[in-house]
Design a protein around this ligand. Structure first.
Ligand SMILES: NC(=O)c1ccc[n+]([C@@H]2O[C@H](COP(=O)([O-])OP(=O)(O)OC[C@H]3O[C@@H](n4cnc5c(N)ncnc54)[C@H](OP(=O)(O)O)[C@@H]3O)[C@@H](O)[C@H]2O)c1
Length: 319
């Protein structure tokens, strides 16, 4: 049992990388998907080494508690990744973002507590750290910084609001019910995509290569490779001394820095010239993810993230 873990959102872009690395490390994995009959959610997972004997796929709906109970029963650990990741405008923020993120998290944590799971790793985001306009302008943002919910409401920033309220609910639940949770807060995640569908952050890169001038003012704080995010989850799960939130970026940077690097590496694409400072007041920092670095994570640099992401997009025919 100690080797059996559940990954919610196992078919997603980050989830697929995590399932892959967990299988490689000898874990028995229960991956959850939204639709068991959809090949685009299951086939790439079944192709992983070790999947034939150590992977089981479960269908869950984050709002259907009983579906989650079945996936989590008998697991020693849970990685809770499933949550809608949408940065574009939505019609119904409550239904499309807030409910699945917040109620979904509480459903997963409740099922984990009931099943006697020893540790849950919750995938939060830098979107529960930024936008935070009241953070002191001379202090580098860190795990003590929280997204400003009022600012999100005023500016209709429903994704950061969903991630912030979901993470806050997770901490409250853990404290009240005595469940061991650890949180990872990844930046904009990119790299070679394993799953057949692109997530929101890879769509940002595709759009940039096509000339989109959006600067993601309230959404960007730095980039990070898929593999490093998956490794961060495993590190905080395996290292019992790990606690609290873990900022997970190769560096704190502006989207303008990222776009300039993409333009330099891929001059043949239509990458727009953006201002250097695209995130007002955000202080840049190289070794921002100190907690994960102290656990042994060596972050893949932005240049390599971009190269592997773009080459992967080309190979798979997305660009
Ligand atoms: N991408 C980033 O830059 C980034 C940065 C920080 C944090 N994160 C977080 O990382 C996690 C994974 O994101 P990702 O980038 O890998 O995006 P993704 O590929 O869209 O994965 C999201 C996963 O959640 C599942 N899901 C969504 N709503 C669900 C529901 N109602 N019931 C059951 N499953 C549901 C999706 O299933 P389907 O595929 O069937 O829809 C998918 O497997 C999310 O919590 C996201 O907020 C992402």
């Amino acid at each position: 049992m100690s080797n059996v873990v559940c990954v919610t959102g196992g078919s997603g872009c980050i989830g697929s990388w995590l399932v892959h690395l967990l299988l490689e490390r000898g874990y028995t994995v229960r991956a959850t998907v939204k639709d068991l009959n959809d090949d685009s959610e299951t086939k790439h997972l079944q192709g992983f080494e070790g999947a034939d004997t150590r992977l089981r796929i479960f269908q869950i709906d984050l709002l259907d508690y009983n579906s989650i109970v079945a996936a989590v029963a008998g697991c020693a650990g849970v990685f809770h990744l499933a949550s809608p990741c949408i940065v574009d405008r939505v019609q119904d923020p409550q239904k499309e973002l807030l409910d699945p993120a917040i109620k979904g998290t509480i459903n997963v944590l409740t099922a984990a507590k009931e099943a006697g799971v020893s540790r849950v790793v919750v995938t939060s985001s830098i979107s529960s750290i930024t936008p935070s306009p009241k953070w002191p302008s001379d202090v580098i943002k860190n795990e003590d910084c929280w997204t400003d919910i009022e600012y999100c409401k005023e500016n209709q920033l429903w994704y950061p609001m969903s991630k912030t309220l979901a993470e806050k609910s997770a901490w409250e639940f853990a404290k009240e019910k005595g469940l061991d949770i650890v949180v990872v807060n990844p930046g904009t995640v990119m790299g070679p995509v394993i799953s057949p569908k692109l997530n929101a952050s890879m769509i940002m890169l595709v759009r940039l290569l096509q000339g989109c001038t959006e600067t993601y003012e309230d959404f960007f704080m730095g980039s990070v490779h898929f593999k490093d995010v998956a490794l961060a989850h495993i590190l905080v799960y395996e290292n019992k001394a790990a606690s609290g939130r873990h900022l997970c970026v190769e560096a704190i940077s502006h989207y303008g820095d990222f776009a300039a690097k993409v333009a330099e590496l891929y001059p043949e694409y239509n990458v727009p010239r953006l201002p250097r400072d695209t995130q007002p007041g955000l202080l840049r920092a190289k070794d921002a993810s100190k907690k994960l670095m102290n656990l042994g994570l060596k972050f893949i640099p932005m240049e390599q993230i971009i190269q592997e992401a773009v080459e992967g997009l080309k190979t798979k025919g997305f660009i």
